[in-house]
Ligand binder design. Structure first.
Ligand SMILES: [Zn+2]
Length: 295
């Protein structure tokens, strides 16, 4: 098989999941050397430009409107906005790379914070510009050079569920860091392949792997990737986005509840949900990982 690990460069791997939910031409493999989980074969930059310009990723799940997408994204948008405030002040300039429809940019802008976006999907970029009324850059960080005016312009760069989509994460991160001032913060959020639900639900396991995700990180593999760069500080934080009801839904119904209500349990069961999340976060078995890096 044509394989090159995007983290360690090794060329040997084994298949751990034959085909993915939206492509029979791709498998998921694990690197024999560093245990990184990766899609194979890996799409190239052109394949991915086509893929994202057609908004293929969104189409698989459902054809939802922008308003529906905003509503669905709201818990994440709010959580991220609150989180970044721990590392910024009112004068900070923020760049959200892979901003999608621009909900995060829009929310910060409404609070008077100077924020730009970057989005390579044309359809999403146009919507993000309209939504946020901010500057949404069109730069492919794997093929374009960084415009001079943007070098070391920002106090914070955010990558929310972006890195798993990138075919050369090392090259990508190198270019991402150019936007960031010295002492600035890079915030990375990725899905966690050590997600506990993968080990207890076969249905979730079959749904999990997808054409859009080229890398599947856990704490170890992302740390290995980040070890190629120098940071003053590095902090890992587990985040469990979905509640215990989501887990129960997978175990009982064997499918996602995409168009249904959110998975927030009734107030009276908040204690159970808190326990569930606390447990997963404490040993990095949560569905998501956040990494805070200081340049
Ligand atoms: Zn490797």
């Amino acid at each position: 098989m044509d394989f090159k690990c995007v983290i360690c460069g090794s060329s040997t791997c084994k298949v751990i999941h034959k085909t993915v939910r939206d492509s029979n031409d791709h498998d998921v493999v694990v690197c024999n050397n560093c245990n990184h989980f990766q899609l194979a074969p890996l799409p190239n930059v052109e394949d991915d430009e086509n893929f994202y310009n057609k908004n293929s990723q969104a189409k698989f799940v459902s054809n939802i409107t922008v308003e529906e997408a905003r509503k669905k994204a709201l818990p994440d948008t709010k959580r991220r906005v609150e989180f970044v405030k721990n590392y910024t002040n009112i004068d900070s300039k923020i760049l959200d790379i892979g901003c999608g429809y621009g909900f995060f940019v829009e929310n910060l802008n409404n609070q008077g914070i100077e924020v730009d976006g970057l989005e390579t999907s044309e359809s999403r970029r146009l919507i993000a510009r309209k939504n946020s009324k901010r500057n949404i850059l069109d730069i492919n960080l794997l093929s374009d050079s960084t415009p001079k005016d943007y070098i070391e312009k920002y106090d914070m760069v955010t990558l929310f569920h972006v890195l798993e989509h990138i075919s050369s994460p090392r090259k990508f991160l190198k270019n991402v860091l150019k936007f960031l001032k010295k002492e600035g913060y890079l915030i990375i959020e990725v899905p966690n392949v050590d997600d506990h639900l993968l080990s207890i639900s076969k249905a979730y396991n079959n749904f999990y792997w997808q054409r859009a995700h080229l890398s599947y990180f856990n704490i170890k593999s992302i740390d290995l990737l980040l070890s190629n760069f120098k940071f003053q500080t590095k902090e890992f934080i587990g985040v469990q986005r979905y509640s215990f009801l989501n887990m129960a839904n997978w175990l009982i119904n064997y499918k996602p509840q995409i168009s249904g209500p959110s998975f927030d349990p009734p107030k009276e069961l908040g204690w159970l949900n808190d326990k569930y999340k606390e447990q997963l976060v404490s040993n990095f078995k949560s569905d998501t990982i956040l990494i805070v890096l200081k340049k």
